[in-house]
Design a protein around this ligand. Sequence first.
Ligand SMILES: [Zn+2]
Ligand SMILES: [Zn+2]
Length: 251
Amino acid sequence: MSYKRFIADLHIHTCLSPCAELDMTPRRIIATALKRGVDIIAVSDHNSAENAEIAVRIAEDRGITVLPAMEITSYEEAHVVALFDTIEKIAAFQEVVYKNLPDGANDERLRAYQLVVNEKDEILSFNKRLLFNATLFSLKDLVDAIHSHGGLAVASHIDREFFSVISQFGFIPEGIQFDALEISYNTKRAKADAMFGAYRSSSWITSSDAHHLDDIGRRTTAFFLEEASFEEIARAFKGERRIEWSDGVME
Ligand SMILES: [Zn+2]
Ligand SMILES: [Zn+2]
């Protein structure tokens, strides 16, 4: 079997995330990723996937694969990126996440807009939910819910001092089956190897966690796959396909 090398950036926020720039529309994200030679991206907004469908649609026939995704905050304030293969599956998962969000409305006076847009960058709606807040899911329940909806669970930026599983728990709790661990763009490979050697049996990836167009592709992971698909990435996470990354932005 021959494998091809695919460059992936599996953690990108759109203008639906209150902390992302308003020009992070799916159309511009895809255009920027294509320009930078990224083959696979995941659109992963905080606790919502309302811009994922349009991103998947825009990417059709453009030579780039978009995985619908979401970055969910557990009750303990640990971030987890959930990757899915279809809009139907992430929509079902989103329903469960919305039921587990705290009540209350996003205060747009704080200028933290949460925009749902179309393929022309026109605003369709303002999401009024408290998307940046912690959900009611414990970390274990969250990872179980991702798996029962057919998704892959990636512990976000485990090297970060806030909003990561390790910052909130001190370690990766036993019995929680992450499919992969993500190292942020801040930490060099050698340092990650030294810090997280205990977790070497897990698959590691690195991503941009882009909130600005300029961030896209600042860190990427190379996957050696038969094709750019969710199933092949799942195989890579299981150790059946090669994964490589280093400090280089693009190789
Ligand atoms: Zn995060
Ligand atoms: Zn993020």
